[in-house]
Ligand binder design. Sequence first.
Ligand SMILES: N[C@@H](CCC(=O)N[C@@H](CS)C(=O)NCC(=O)O)C(=O)O
Length: 216
Amino acid sequence: MTVRISAFSWVPEIARGFVKDLRVRWALEECAIAYEEELIRPLGECPDAYRQWQPFGQVPAYRDDQVEMFESGAIVLHIARDNPALSPPDRNGQARMESWVFAALSTIEPRFQTLFLIDDALAATPEGAAFRQRMVELLDKRLREFASWLGAREYLVDRFTAADIIMATVLRDIRGHDFLIPYPELTAYLERCEARPAFARALDAQMIHFSDHASA
Ligand SMILES: N[C@@H](CCC(=O)N[C@@H](CS)C(=O)NCC(=O)O)C(=O)O
């Protein structure tokens, strides 16, 4: 099977190691599936041909011999489907895995992304500062609830699955802003996921494109 994914040829230092093609690379590494890359210039005008593949001009996009698709969560679930390296064997386990993918992407990640946008644009104003504080509280509430559920569990669904790839990459963004400090169980979970050899290989594969002499 030939697998091809899109990724950026360069990003600013702050984004290196956090671009969302990491999720797809990680899933492919866990399943020992080789892949090719199509590198996109991040700051240039996105070619129309690429928008046929990824309508928003974002990365990642994915294709194999059977499908052409975009959205990192959907891609990771596609890779996991019928693959014992990433998916539980039973329907209930698969359903729980899918639930956690959506929980990470729609219940936790947007809380952090809103905060990130406020940091950029609004926090200097009194209204922005108050709004930001409210958003911090809402994010913290979600993290507290998640930490309470996770407790001493090793992974989200009995064993490592696609859901852990998505949740860990969401938590990596959040950890960089210190919001995980009150929740050592979340930090331990994240470190457990990051200790996997497939994660290290995926990270290296993304980072290799961002050497200092590369440019947008
Ligand atoms: N929901 C999308 C988000 C993808 C996304 O935000 N990609 C970023 C890189 S991490 C990007 O392409 N940003 C450029 C842009 O939005 O124009 C997914 O999970 O695939």
